[in-house]
Ligand binder design. Structure first.
Ligand SMILES: NC(=O)c1ccc[n+]([C@@H]2O[C@H](COP(=O)([O-])OP(=O)(O)OC[C@H]3O[C@@H](n4cnc5c(N)ncnc54)[C@H](O)[C@@H]3O)[C@@H](O)[C@H]2O)c1
Length: 253
């Protein structure tokens, strides 16, 4: 499979390059605005408008503002695109949706196969346990993380809500609360400290029993491996908008 990597010199771009070469993929071009002719393992250009090669899939881990160039390249050459960059505005998301009518696009803010499988498990558990179990979500990240709760914790909240019903209510911490927990509540709590890469726990607390689903990210390589899986999934797919959930569903059969 021939691939193009956007943001190839960045932290994730380097991880994806290593994972793609390891998977036997042919990287026909890397794109990075910081490229200034230094020796690299792959052919490089400084902008998406300078890519001459064709490819089966483009994997992007650059910056949200490179989206117009990416979509111009991908739609003009008919290249399926795995968009892993985060921080798109609503206008940019609308552009992605529009482009997906012409090419296959997979977008996910969390490319980890494990996290996306856990989302599926959380949905199954929520469906099976319904109102008999209380659900509490706890996420932990390093002291440098700016936002809380994490986007992934909110993704798990949505998975629970999708099964338990719309009248569920997120409770972010319980400081100052003076009444008993209701079955509508889903606790969402953030811990910040040290160098924790990322940990998400979704706990189902019943009468005399507990089920705790936990995902621990140990390094960034897992996102690159997920992106490679996504590229293999997307190659040759018809135009449309896909997510990592589709990849997990295909693996589960
Ligand atoms: N979806 C996921 O699972 C996941 C996981 C990790 C990171 N990310 C996202 O991926 C993106 C990159 O993360 P990172 O940690 O590798 O960042 P980074 O800053 O290390 O790398 C980004 C690279 O993109 C390049 N770049 C910026 N604008 C460009 C443009 N217009 N054209 C070409 N190259 C351009 C930069 O020069 C840089 O080398 C971020 O948006 C991050 O949030 C997503």
């Amino acid at each position: 499979m021939k691939i193009i990597i956007g943001g190839a010199m960045g932290r994730m771009g380097r991880e994806v390059t290593a994972a793609a070469l390891n998977a036997g993929m042919e990287i026909v071009c890397g794109v990075d605005i910081m490229y200034s002719g230094q020796p690299m393992d792959i052919p490089m250009v400084t902008g998406f408008d300078l890519v001459e090669e064709n490819a089966d899939v483009l994997i992007d881990f650059s910056r949200a503002d490179s989206l117009p160039e990416i979509l111009t390249l991908a739609t003009s050459k008919g290249i399926a695109s795995v968009l892993c960059t985060t921080g798109y505005t609503d206008v940019e998301v609308a552009r992605i949706n529009e482009a997906s009518q012409r090419i296959a696009i997979l977008r996910s803010a969390n490319m980890s196969l494990g996290v996306n499988l856990m989302e599926e498990l959380v949905a199954i558990a929520s469906r099976a346990l319904a109102d008999d179990f209380d659900v509490e979500i706890i996420e932990k990240h390093h002291r440098m993380k700016l936002d809380s709760p994490s986007g992934t914790a909110l993704m798990f909240y949505d998975a629970v809500r999708g099964e338990k019903g719309k009248d569920t209510e997120p409770i972010y911490g319980r400081y100052g609360r003076t009444h008993k927990r209701t079955s509508r509540e889903i606790g969402v709590h953030a811990v910040r400290g040290g160098t924790v890469t990322g940990e998400h726990e979704v706990g189902f607390y019943g009468n005399g029993e507990q089920i705790i689903l936990t995902h621990r990210a140990e390094n960034r390589a897992l996102f690159a491996q997920g992106a490679i899986k996504a590229a293999s999934f997307l190659s040759g797919k018809p135009a449309g908008l896909y997510s990592m959930r589709n990849v997990v569903k295909e693996i589960l059969g």
